[in-house]
Design a protein around this ligand. Structure first.
Ligand code: ATP
Length: 603
């Protein structure tokens, strides 16, 4: 539970703000119905008292007087309303829940995908937070509505019953509260222990979900079977389960023990209240109805106070969820976005002593300087982890360099309007998207405004090697088995990604291992057409297949984050440096006699 009422109220208001922004009319109506629902038990108590007092007066007359009729009619109405409220509260709760859940998802999508850079994703706490918020988004809104609704209704009932008792004598609400409040408060505090264990155990709960997912997901299905991973993941799942279960067991045990310990005090206070009520009635100081009210109030009060505490405890987690959501939405982007210099094209891009250290501390680039001129085809080669992809990420401004600068016609990239800059660029990343959308949409995502331009779609498919695919499946084919469509092979997906990049156009084309999944025939075909495909564009090609880099005007060789060589294929071979060594090794793979130094091999 929140440690002081101020923070509880602040959290409730925060969550309510989201509820009312999602569905203002439905939420107001729901609140009204819940308030009515909370008052009904109070009305029943009051009417019962009147009825019993009337009955005591009329006893023996045998006729139903007006004095008896109205409270009876009131009771009938209260019971009818109580029944009537159930389906309508459920109806409104359902409606608000759907809108609130959609709102939470939309807020998360807009925040996470709307960030201009990737820096926040490097931060483990951002990553964790996003995952928790995403995982819980489907059920926390409903939890909030149910538990907040229940707590609100029960709170009104408790306040109403105490008010009624106060009208009998102030001592009654005081005694009954003294009888039930300590137990309720203790439960409240111990419930906090359970929730803290749950929250503290949250990583365990997430680990459990992860290990279950590893066994259940289609992606893992092949390795799970081949390597016989069931016992391993099952074991890991159980380890996490027992850690969480033990923490919850202890917290719940304390809760039960503490509540039992208070039984004596609670019984004494309640018994005293009832004794006083009975004495008053015997002395004729109050009617029989007041005694009945007192008797009934004990049950109603305890039931609602206890319910209030239970639901309040459940509510705690939902309130925390909405507080975390609010904090997440308020996170500022790491990238300064004050720049707004328009850019419609470029003559040259210059890396000037560029260095980059990932937020986690890993240095990926150091002192890199080179220039790409418009229309040039530049190849970037180097071993795994040399920094090639990182260099592209800086060029697309997913991150800013930590040292040096990137200049576009002399202007720092940081000063250019980011959207305008990115509109000039088209790219195929190593981890390109595979979308459960139609083939048309998958290609047109590169430039959605031209979604219906069939001529361009066919052209792009031809350029990207997806023409045969398009002829076979058609533009409207859904590319997803999960949604009842067609599943593509990895190479086919890569052709679609290439087509998407060609569909976008753009002055600068970045290709990061664009042929990794293509068969040798299509790869050769693509590179043969490369001159034509890249006409009028500046191309930055990252590849490990050195046979394909000969079509580049210039080759940059990265090693451990540093630019170590630069030149044409022939120049670099002549230099007998890193490139020549890589070339020799790769060429050797294609020669049967093991002599890798023969000319023209691998070309
Ligand atoms: N998000 C990241 N956080 C921390 N370090 C990273 C991150 N991404 C990459 N690195 C590290 O930066 C270095 C350069 O990575 P980069 O992906 O740029 O290499 P690469 O040359 O493209 O490699 P490959 O040929 O394997 O694709 C690597 O050592 C890698 O471990």
């Amino acid at each position: 539970m929140p440690s002081h009422p101020g923070s509880l109220i602040r959290r409730i208001l925060l969550a309510l703000r989201q509820v009312f922004q999602a569905a203002p009319r439905e939420a107001a109506l729901l609140l009204g119905l819940l308030a009515l629902g909370g008052l009904l038990p109070v009305a029943v108590l009051g009417l019962t008292r009147t009825l019993v007092d009337g009955l005591a007066r009329e006893l023996g007359r045998g006729s139903l007087t007006v004095d008896l009729f109205w409270p009876l009619a009131g009771l009938a109405l209260a019971f009818a309303l109580d029944f009537l409220l159930v389906p309508w509260v459920a109806f409104l709760q359902g409606a608000v829940n759907e809108k609130l859940t959609a709102r939470v998802h939309l807020l998360l999508m807009e925040k996470a995908a709307g960030l201009p850079d990737l820096t926040p994703f490097e931060n483990p706490s951002f990553h964790d937070e996003l995952q928790v918020l995403r995982d819980q988004a489907p059920y926390q809104p409903l939890n909030l509505l149910v538990f907040l609704g229940n707590a609100f209704r029960q709170g009104i009932t408790v306040a109403g019953v105490l008010g009624l008792l106060f009208s009998l004598a102030p001592v009654f609400p005081l005694l009954l509260l003294a009888g039930s409040l300590p137990q309720a408060l203790l439960t409240f505090r111990l419930q906090k222990g359970v929730w803290e264990a749950l929250l503290f155990g949250a990583p365990e709960a997430r680990r459990m979900r992860y290990f279950a997912e590893a066994l259940l997901s289609p992606e893992g299905a092949k390795e799970v079977r081949l390597y016989g991973l069931l016992p391993f993941f099952r074991g890991r799942y159980l380890e996490a389960f027992w850690r969480l279960h033990r923490a919850l067991w202890r917290a719940r045990g304390r809760q039960a023990l503490g509540a039992s310990g208070l039984v004596l005090g609670s019984t004494l206070a309640t018994a005293l209240a009832l004794y006083l009520g009975l004495r008053q009635a015997l002395l004729g100081a109050s009617g029989l109805g007041s005694l009945v009210l007192l008797l009934q109030s004990v049950g109603t009060l305890q039931q609602n106070l206890y319910g209030l505490i239970q639901d309040g405890g459940m509510l705690y987690e939902s309130l925390l969820y909405f507080e975390r959501l609010e904090a997440f939405l308020a996170l500022p982007p790491a990238l300064a976005q004050t720049a707004s210099k328009a850019v419609q094209g470029f003559e040259e891009i210059r890396f000037e002593n560029v260095g980059f250290v990932y937020p986690g501390g890993r240095r990926a680039l150091e002192g890199v300087s080179f220039t790409i001129r418009r229309g040039e085809r530049l190849a970037l080669v180097g071993e795994n982890g040399a920094g090639k992809t990182t260099l592209v990420k800086l060029l697309l401004r997913f991150y800013d360099p930590t040292e040096g600068r990137i200049l576009v016609d002399g202007v720092d990239l940081r000063e250019l309007d980011l959207d305008a800059w990115r509109r000039l660029v088209s790219a195929v990343f190593q981890d390109y998207g595979r979308y459960a959308l139609t083939l048309r949409e998958n290609i047109a995502l590169g430039d959605l405004e031209a979604l219906s331009d069939e001529g361009r779609l066919w052209e792009a498919a031809k350029a990207g090697g997806a023409l045969e695919l398009l002829e076979r499946l058609g533009l409207e084919a859904l590319l997803s088995k999960a949604f009842g469509g067609t599943e593509l092979s990895l190479g086919e997906w890569q052709r679609v990604a290439l087509s998407r990049a060609f569909f976008r156009g753009g002055e600068l084309l970045v290709l990061d291992e664009p042929t990794a999944s293509l068969d040798p025939k299509e790869e050769a075909h693509l590179y043969r057409r490369f001159a034509e495909l890249s006409r009028g564009r500046t191309v930055l090609l990252i590849t490990h297949r050195l046979g394909s880099v000969q079509m580049a005007d210039r080759i940059l060789v990265l090693q451990k984050g540093r630019l170590v060589e630069e030149g044409t294929h022939e120049e670099l071979l002549g230099r007998a440096g890193v490139y020549a060594e890589l070339w020799r090794l790769q060429a050797g793979l294609y020669r049967s006699d093991g002599d890798a130094l023969g000319s023209g091999v691998g070309a």
